[in-house]
Write a protein that binds this ligand. Sequence first.
Ligand SMILES: C[S@@+](CC[C@H](N)C(=O)[O-])C[C@H]1O[C@@H](n2cnc3c(N)ncnc32)[C@H](O)[C@@H]1O
Length: 257
Amino acid sequence: MESNITDFPKQEPSKDAWFANWFDDVFYTKLYGHRDQEEAERAVELFVSTCAPNLPASVLDVGCGSGRHSLALRRHGFEVTGLDLSASLLSLAKQNASDYPDIEWLRQDMRRSFPNQYDAVASFFTSFGYFQDQSDDEVVIDNMRAALKPHGVLFFDFLNAHNVRKSIVPRDVKEIEGIRFTQERSIVNDCVVKNITIESDHGVQQRTESVRLYTKKDLQELFTSHGLTIQQYMGSYNGDEFDEQNSDRLIMTMRLS
Ligand SMILES: C[S@@+](CC[C@H](N)C(=O)[O-])C[C@H]1O[C@@H](n2cnc3c(N)ncnc32)[C@H](O)[C@@H]1O
């Protein structure tokens, strides 16, 4: 572990939990290498224009991955903490943000309570809904709420479940740097499940992703029952109004009730 990544390894998730392995996998970074900084900048622009915490302000990026939003937030002048379970993505984040050594990186399961309070907490790009037990998602909501200072704001960027169900692509194949990724998608018990077959020089391997398909109504109930007041629903990083039939994303901003 890099020296200034704070590691909270206690209560490690079970080793067979898909999220504890897949995000740490070198093939994950290959498959999703196209997720770019420009997209993250647009998400952060929306965060700034809708949540607008006055500077100086602290932001916790929950599920920060390789740090693309943390970096954009820091460039906007926020004090940033990026939190993630994946040691390899956090190392990458630290490298990507080497111009900003003051960004704090925490390796922690989001189901464990967060160590501080912040002016804003953000969950960018579907970093939610991964757990087999729905009550774990509620623990994450509780943790995010508890990590807000009074008048703090929560920015929550999730998929549009309705759109995912409607436009699911059952199978596609991608070839990236000589590696063949066959992605098979299905809906199982209200989760979108992706089974990925990876064919490389190392043989054939299987990986899985699963995201619970929370609808706008589900999330509204969950967040309000956990003490948050919803302020806005948006459907894209342009800030368009959320349209369940067509929007790519479901982006919500909330405050402590
Ligand atoms: C879809 S990725 C998004 C990453 C980043 N927000 C981005 O858009 O580039 C989800 C992130 O959540 C992290 N994650 C998954 N399960 C986690 C857990 N239990 N605790 C903390 N982070 C977790 C993964 O390691 C991964 O970096």
